[in-house]
Ligand binder design. Sequence first.
Ligand SMILES: Cc1cc2nc3c(=O)[nH]c(=O)nc-3n(C[C@H](O)[C@H](O)[C@H](O)COP(=O)(O)OP(=O)(O)OC[C@H]3O[C@@H](n4cnc5c(N)ncnc54)[C@H](O)[C@@H]3O)c2cc1C
Length: 516
Amino acid sequence: MRKKKYDESLPDSSYDVIVVGAGLGGLGAACQLALSEKKVLLLEKHNVPGGYATSFVRGRFEFEGALHVLSDIGTEDNRGSLYEFFEELEIFPEKLKYKYVNEYYRSVFYDGYDVIMPLGVDTYFNKLIELFPDEREGIEKFKILAQKIREGFNYVASKGGKASPLSILIKHPWLARIGGLTLKDIFKRFFKNPRLMAVLAQIWGYDGLPPSQLNSLYFIITLMSLLRSSVFPMGRSHALTSCMINALKELGGEVRYNALVNRILVKNGRVSGVELLNGDVYRSKVVVSNVNPICTTMKMLPEDIVSDSYKRRIYAPKIGNSAFSVYLGLNAPPDKLGLTTHETFINATDDMDDMYQTVEKLETPKIIVAACYNHVSENISPPGTTQLVLTTIQMGNVWHSVPPDQYHRIKDEITNDMVSMVERTISPNLREYIEVLEAATPVTYYRYSKSMDGAIYGYTQSIMDSPMLRLGSRGAIPGLYLAGAWIGIGGGFSPAINSGRMAAAAYLEDLKKKRW
Ligand SMILES: Cc1cc2nc3c(=O)[nH]c(=O)nc-3n(C[C@H](O)[C@H](O)[C@H](O)COP(=O)(O)OP(=O)(O)OC[C@H]3O[C@@H](n4cnc5c(N)ncnc54)[C@H](O)[C@@H]3O)c2cc1C
């Protein structure tokens, strides 16, 4: 039965918490709250959960929409926080299967340099020493630093957001010491060889900024977390989000799809519910929004309720990168196409600042990653075929000035350039095998998720926006909490899920302390 329009006579809290958006942040929050026996309603504008964590079908191929590798699962004997959460939700070990990725990445350069970097902390750094023996001392020192950072991060994570700044400073001084440094600042102290720096920093192609701008904490945390273990879920990220939805429902949570939330309702200065675009109203004193904080604050709340200082806070950090992806269904197996690893980064040069220039322009990219999913999931495409996804990071705002009649021309040119980069380096006749091709620009990602500028990690992960300075879980008014890539430690699958769990923890703490 359809709910009535806004009605003052409805009980004040039909649900303990309403979660807006079933992206990973929203799912993390909803599941965590349901585990804490809260009555949760999850509202999603699409007819499927997941946000970016989704898949789509073209021809006889079902493409993974986003995930390359999932971090923070760890191993059976050394479980990551995501493993433990999925275990609590009874998703692991039975309901969601996954496969460990065999190697970290392959780095290929236009000058012919081609190397495969292994997983595992010791194996990875030993390989670097083998490749760059003259830099042994710096590599060993960098490894020790990275391990200290990882220990510090584990300490902070284990305290569930309750570690005091003083205790962090005393126990893990390196976190504070490098929190204000770029990756380039760190590299300058340890290394001389530009190729070593390009190979070691290779995953800047995920993080979205070159070492001269990238916060060293983000890089080291991502590096160490992926080195520990990288997995891919069987059934793609859609299987992962479906398992989370099922777990939520089993815990008594409710889910509504095709439910676009238009307004967060406010009574006496605090949250009182939400109103959908079609006028339906759901009441609750608490809302967790997985919609980006700018839209949540400026579009969904009444204009006059938000303080100027909070408005400045949400507009101050720079919006981070989106992506440009080319999804290819190829009618030949990977070995015939020279696709030897899951992840191959293709670099035009060692100069990462130069490569980054193209991220801020509508030009031929100078860095892409080619993900061949058949290496992590044998049955991901029909027998004898390959699923290959080419991705480059790209700022969404570069598309603002493109007139509609130029959109498809520019999109086709960049698509063509990215296929040419693969043909130039690892798979000479790739075009001959293309059966299906679909491209996604930052505009596509924006249209799908409504994340500002199609940003995939929220705000930039720059030196000005270290994990400690990022926007927190508490929103602009009492009763409003925020979840997703824009909040807390940053974007990516595991951080987005954890941001939802942090929003749940913040609400539960406020409830316990009767803060409002
Ligand atoms: C091409 C690509 C590759 C990536 N690769 C990786 C990778 O390998 N590893 C990794 O860790 N991360 C990767 N990411 C990043 C990762 O996918 C994101 O950081 C993460 O999914 C963000 O989750 P989120 O919950 O913040 O937001 P979103 O996914 O944007 O979810 C927001 C949800 O809210 C819904 N919504 C919005 N407005 C409303 C409204 N008004 N009412 C109701 N619902 C609403 C949306 O429909 C959506 O479901 C990749 C992303 C992309 C696009």
